[in-house]
Design a protein around this ligand. Structure first.
Ligand code: AMP
Length: 215
């Protein structure tokens, strides 16, 4: 059996056409089914629904053979695990967005950076944020949050946030402006290294079909 770990939502929806190229059709809709293990049109392939942040753990520790995860989540996982526990064969070029720094429109970000003052930064992406500001030579106090980062500068919890931006509508709706583009983000197919050896015969054609579908 080949087990594919997927988070619900945008990544799930955008992965479907890619796995269809390997003749894998998910047979139940995760929005209406309460099942966490979904059968597919291939009796040798199943999908497990996990939280986006749990995908690297499932795949690295063998709870799934492969999975789809955003580069943002992967960077945080790799910083904690050392980064050697996952094989990353394909940039799927889906769920594209960017990791950015945003502040309140009335906050003088350039001034703070120029003066070398400390910046309070709220984010879920503490590793990526620490690395970015360290490279820039900006001293930061990082505040780890798990959701609604946009609220932090509005309530005075932080001066700035590091968050994913797609259309920019969420920032705009909360009177925040993007002041730095840290990196472009897309989702990656990750594979358990042991599965790649042990299940190579079954996995290779799936990986190749997905690679071809992306290209
Ligand atoms: P937007 O308003 O389109 O700029 O989207 C921003 C909101 O959606 C923020 O709360 C982000 O954390 C979230 N978001 C945007 N793109 C992604 C993505 N590719 N994966 C996960 N969350 C995202």
């Amino acid at each position: 059996m080949i087990t594919l770990a997927l988070p619900k939502g945008r990544i799930f929806e955008e992965t479907l056409p890619l796995i269809r190229a390997a003749s894998i059709e998910v047979l139940e809709d995760p929005n209406t089914s309460r099942k966490l293990i979904l059968p597919t049109s291939r009796p040798d392939v199943q999908v497990v629904l996990v939280r986006a942040t749990d995908v690297p753990t499932y795949v690295a520790q063998g709870g799934a053979d492969l999975g789809v995860v955003g580069l943002d989540t992967l960077i945080e996982h790799s910083a904690e695990s050392g980064g050697m526990d996952l094989y990353q064969p394909v940039d799927l070029k889906i769920a594209k967005c960017r990791l950015s720094v945003a502040v309140r429109a009335d906050f003088d970000y350039a001034g703070v950076v120029k003066q070398g003052s400390r910046l309070r930064v709220a984010t879920k992406y503490t590793h990526a944020a620490r690395e970015f500001f360290a490279a820039k030579g900006v001293h930061v106090d990082l505040i780890k949050l798990y959701g609604s980062m946009e609220l932090a500068p509005l309530t005075g919890l932080a001066d700035a946030i590091v968050d994913l931006v797609s259309t920019g509508n969420t920032l705009k709706a909360n009177q925040l402006v993007e002041v730095e583009h840290i990196m472009d983000i897309s989702s990656r197919l990750v594979v358990n290294p042991a599965s790649l050896k042990i299940k190579r015969v079954a996995l290779q054609p799936i990986l190749q079909a997905i690679r071809d579908a992306v290209a």
